[in-house]
Design a protein around this ligand. Sequence first.
Ligand code: NDP
Length: 339
Amino acid sequence: LKNHVVDRFPKEDDMHVTSEATIKLKLPHGHTGVLVKNLYLSCDPVQRLLMHNKQLILQYPNYTPASPLSGYGVSKVLESGHPELKEGDLVWGFTRWEEYSLIDRPESLIKIRHTDVPLSYYAGILGMAGLSAYVGFYEICNPKKGEKVFISAASGAVGQLVGQFAKLLGCYVVGSAGSKEKVDLLKEKLGFDEAFNYKEEGDELEATLKRYFPQGIDIYFDNVGGKTLDAVLVNMRDHGRIAACGMISQYNVGVEESEGVQNLMQVVLKRITLKGFNVNDYIHLYEDYLDYVLPYIRQGKIVYMQDIAQGHLDAAPSLLIGLFSGRNLGKQLLLWFSD
Ligand code: NDP
């Protein structure tokens, strides 16, 4: 990171790639960490929040200028000072945007045990995005068969899974996304009952939702916040549940420009449960999640759209920024080319 980014969209120029930083490909004697080669890097909206000059999220340290960005990834262990990891192991977890990283706290990495599925999945469906979808839907929303579910940023890393989980449970599922291509994929590839392009609805979002949910929404999985959340509140049913997973529409604006939510009183009037969550508080559910999702993946009952760019780290800043204009189609990853 070159500089903190506050109250505006990040630019490629806020980051720079250097080939000058070097790392010794040998663990210092007695070191209890691991040395890894990063294979896949995941681009996540949360990284934008870490560019801020204030610490906005307790669970992740902010980036400091002149330091490498950190983020989720899939890596291979080259050398280990940790008893539970050895050379050649594949792991996923929090690494840095570097070709090689020395991870001081290897207990934060999760060893990859199921290798009959694509390795890239551990930076998406079998990583933080997948667990977020599972926790947000099952733990936060307490869903029941037949309920009516709405998901924003529905074609993204998290949203596409929430929709498929809800369909498997027997819910009616509608998603919103930012292009025709994404909307078509939601309906044709991911099995959503309905989907619409929110960019075409403008200020009509309230009426649009009324059309798709004449009896109201039981569950809203919120990835975007702002005016979408406001329109949803009016369309919620009594005792509805809202999982506040993220509010990406508000990450790049200051307090003055942020879209205030006007309809919050609906929470009281309709006895709605609105709950925010951070996936890091639910890592203990990871094995349960694998037990749930792996059979569906193997049977082809859940599919995962990935947007995998191949290249070197130079490509990463533009991929990260692309999340905020919806350039990604599914989970955005960088697959590191080996020279
Ligand atoms: P995505 O893969 O969905 O990528 C982000 C998408 O958000 C874009 O593709 C774009 O899709 C949409 N978007 C961008 N800007 C806007 C905007 N102004 N209004 C509406 N939509 C917008 O990201 P993830 O699935 O990884 O993350 C989804 C959300 O979940 C984010 O808010 C993220 O911060 C949050 N999150 C929270 C976690 C937690 O622990 N609480 C964990 C993981 C993610 P489109 O073309 O449809 O506009």
